[in-house]
Design a protein around this ligand. Structure first.
Ligand code: NDP
Ligand code: GO6
Length: 312
């Protein structure tokens, strides 16, 4: 059996471009949706042209144009969507419903991976407003996929290193603090931190795997299950610099919401669930799930000491 043809939707985005890279690296015939809405976005176009140079096929298609999506889908076997999450009150994730309709009509798609790549939305039924919109929309998309009986895999990738590790999980910055670090509560809730390239590698491995059919793949490798305090300790060891730690109570943390803009409120809610509730590790992976590092033992996933070295 040959490698499936993969269409990446959202291929110029943060996770999408890594998925494209991973797909090409694994030798999958790789297709990227090229949207006419690209307009004058020269950076996006250059990313696409570089992927084309590396062997990807660019296929034109637009969300408002149903038939164009159907035609694009007919050329491939698998669809990985990395549509943007909720950032500025634009409900991008629900645009995937159009993709679901097109997949239904095309009828040839062997596996669909919708845009998830974070916390498992099925575990977030009690999430706080307004951040819960991310999970609600992802669940709406799941319902549509399941109602249409589309073969699928959901990837729960936990915390992207770029947003949660380089900054020692400090909000509003992407770089490590120099003197002081804010610790969430006792700092001992266990989270899961991942290098983005490894998320892409595990994602691509799962697309042709019968073991992941209609399942959620949790990327939760044992070496990357860490508390915020452990993450800070790794950085202190690497940098040789001890940071002053101040703890913020859950109540005080949530009170920050009233002065935050929409995106900030979404972020605060997500951070609260991760670092105070410990929502990434508070459940066992059940019958409907698989853990990625147990499926793909050959992947040498990046540990967070290695990841943080980039920030020295
Ligand atoms: P990006 O914000 O980088 O956007 C990805 C792509 O979405 C864009 O490149 C674009 O595709 C497409 N897109 C945006 N707006 C539209 C639109 N109006 N119509 C059609 N396409 C659109 O996304 P991320 O990579 O940050 O997020 C991908 C997923 O990962 C989301 O589900 C998000 O929730 C999750 N995530 C998880 C994180 C974690 O720590 N676990 C961190 C950040 C995100 P094109 O390339 O075609 O222009
Ligand atoms: C990442 C962020 C970082 C927000 C997920 C505000 C969906 C998920 C781990 O877009 O809101 O500073 O699971 O000030 O399922 C954003 C979101 C993180 C990035 C969380 C995310 C994680 C989305 C910030 C900030 C570094």
């Amino acid at each position: 059996m040959g490698k499936s043809r993969i269409l990446v939707v959202g291929g110029t985005g943060y996770m999408g471009r890594r998925i494209v890279k991973g797909s090409l690296a694994e030798g999958h015939p790789t297709y990227i949706l090229r949207r006419p809405e690209i307009g004058m976005d020269i950076e996006k176009l250059q990313v696409l042209l570089e992927f084309k140079r590396q062997g990807a096929v660019l296929v034109e298609g637009s969300f408002p144009d149903h038939q164009s999506l159907v035609e694009a889908l007919k050329q491939v076997d698998v669809v990985v969507c990395t549509m943007s999450g909720v950032h500025f009150r634009t409900h991008n994730l629900l645009m995937q419903l159009k993709l679901v309709d097109a997949i239904k009509e095309a009828g040839n798609i062997k596996r669909f991976l919708p845009s998830e790549f974070g916390m498992d939305p099925a575990q977030m039924m009690h999430a706080l407003e307004p951040g819960r919109v991310t999970f609600d929309e992802k669940m709406t998309v799941r319902k549509a996929i399941e109602a249409a009986n589309i073969p699928r895999t959901y990837i729960s990738a936990n915390c992207f290193g770029g947003y949660f590790v380089g900054n020692l999980s400090q909000m509003g910055t992407l770089l490590p603090p120099k003197d002081k670090v804010l610790i969430y509560g006792d700092g001992n809730a266990k989270a899961v931190f991942m290098g983005e390239d490894d998320i892409a590698t595990y994602t691509i491995k799962s697309v042709d795997d019968p073991r992941t059919l209609n399942k959620t793949v949790y990327i939760r490798p044992p070496g990357n299950i860490l508390s915020q305090r452990e993450l800070v300790q790794i950085w202190e060891n690497l940098s040789g610099n001890t940071l002053e730690k101040t703890s913020i109570s859950g109540q005080d943390f949530l009170a920050l919401m009233k002065d935050a803009d929409f995106a900030g409120q979404v972020g605060l809610g997500h951070f609260y669930h991760i670092f105070y509730d410990g929502c990434l590790t508070s459940f066992e992976i059940g019958e409907d799930g698989e853990e990625a590092s147990r499926l793909y033992l050959e992947v040498q996933y990046k540990r967070m000491d290695e990841y943080l070295k980039l920030y020295l």
